[in-house]
Design a protein around this ligand. Structure first.
Ligand SMILES: C[S@@+](CC[C@H](N)C(=O)[O-])C[C@H]1O[C@@H](n2cnc3c(N)ncnc32)[C@H](O)[C@@H]1O
Length: 274
C-alpha cells in the first residue's frame, strides 16, 4: 500500500532528506513513499531517517540477493557486498545441501542461498535475541530453523560432520576501529555484531577451531574479511586443518575466504621396512 496522497509530497520528502545529508535522497524518498501505509507513518519514517537511523531500519526491510529481507531495529543490516559470498556459496553447494548460517543476523545469507539453490536444509543461529527474532521471520519463510546461543552451541548435535556449506559472516572490525565506523553502524547496530576483538579475528578463530568437526568431507566454510585481514585469516584457517582460498569481487569491494575440509583423508603413508 502506498502513502499517497500525503501531506508530505515527494518533493518535500526529498528536500528534507537532502537537507539531512542523504546522498541518494530521491531514491530513498521513493522507497519510503512506497513502504509507508499512511501519511502519518511516512512522516514518522522521514523523521527517523533524518535523525540518522539506517534506511533499512526505517523501512523494516532490505533488498538482498534479490530477496526482500525483514530487518529489525538494532539488527545488523545485510550489506550488498555480502551478496558475493552467497553467490560463491551457491557455486559450491551440492544438490540438496545442508546449510548452516552461523552469526546469522537477519538470516539474509541463508535465506538467499536457499532461494538461489531452490532448496536446502537450513539451520541458522545467533547470540543476539533481537537478531534471532528477526531471523525467524526470514529463515522460517525459507523453510529453515533458527537457534539462539553462542556459535555452534545451540545447533542440533546431529549436524556434526554433515554441513556442506557453513556461512559465518562473523564480526571482524578490530575493537579500536569500531569507534571509526559511520554512525549508522556504530550507533544503530549492536556492538556484538561489529566488534571482532583486538585484531578483528577473535570470533573467526573460535569458528574455525570447530569448523572441521561440523563440515561434511568436502564441505566449505565461507566468511567475509577485509583485504588487509585476508592473509592472517587464511593462516588461521590453515592452522585448523582447512584449505583456504581467497576470492574477491572488485565491483562489490568484497573479499571472501573459502575454507574447505578435505574430501577424504589422504592415504596413510607406508613406513619403510613394513
Ligand atoms: C557482522 S554481523 C553479520 C550478520 C549476518 N551474517 C549478515 O551478514 O548480515 C555478525 C553477527 O554475529 C552475531 N554474533 C556475534 N558474536 C556471536 C557469537 N559468539 N555467537 C553467535 N552469534 C554471534 C551478532 O549478533 C551479529 O548478528
Amino acid at each position: 500500500m502506498s502513502a499517497t496522497p500525503s501531506p508530505l509530497p515527494s518533493s518535500t520528502t526529498v528536500t528534507r532528506l537532502r537537507a539531512a545529508g542523504c546522498v541518494f535522497a530521491e531514491d530513498e524518498a521513493e522507497l519510503l513513499l512506497s513502504t509507508a501505509r499512511t501519511p502519518d507513518e511516512l512522516d514518522a519514517m522521514v523523521e527517523r531517517r533524518v535523525a540518522g537511523h539506517p534506511l533499512e531500519h526505517v523501512l523494516g526491510w532490505a533488498e538482498f540477493h534479490g530477496l526482500h529481507v525483514a530487518v529489525d531495529e538494532g539488527v545488523f543490516v545485510p550489506r550488498r557486498r555480502t551478496e558475493f559470498l552467497v553467490t560463491r556459496a551457491a557455486g559450491l553447494a551440492p544438490p540438496r545441501p545442508v546449510v548452516v548460517d552461523l552469526c546469522c543476523g537477519t538470516g539474509a545469507l541463508g535465506a538467499a542461498l536457499v532461494a538461489a539453490l531452490g532448496g536446502a536444509e537450513l539451520h541458522a543461529s545467533d547470540i543476539d535475541p533481537a537478531a534471532v527474532r528477526c531471523a525467524r521471520r526470514n529463515v522460517t519463510a525459507a523453510g529453515g530453523r533458527v537457534y539462539e546461543g553462542d556459535l555452534y552451541d545451540p545447533l542440533p548435535a546431529g549436524l556434526r560432520g554433515r554441513v556442506d556449506i557453513l556461512l559465518a559472516n562473523v564480526p571482524y572490525v578490530p575493537t579500536e576501529e569500531v569507534e571509526l565506523l559511520p554512525a549508522e553502524a556504530r550507533v544503530h547496530e549492536a556492538r556484538v555484531a561489529l566488534d571482532g576483538g583486538a585484531d578483528g579475528l577473535d570470533v573467526l578463530r573460535r569458528v574455525t577451531a570447530e569448523a572441521a568437526a561440523w563440515l561434511a568431507p568436502g564441505g566449505s566454510l565461507l566468511f567475509e574479511t577485509s583485504e588487509r585481514q585476508a592473509s592472517a585469516a587464511a593462516a588461521v584457517v590453515a592452522a585448523d586443518g582447512l584449505v583456504p582460498h581467497v576470492v574477491t569481487c572488485e565491483d562489490l569491494y568484497a573479499t571472501v575466504l573459502i575454507a574447505t575440509r578435505a574430501a577424504q583423508r589422504p592415504p596413510a603413508r607406508r613406513q619403510a621396512g613394513r
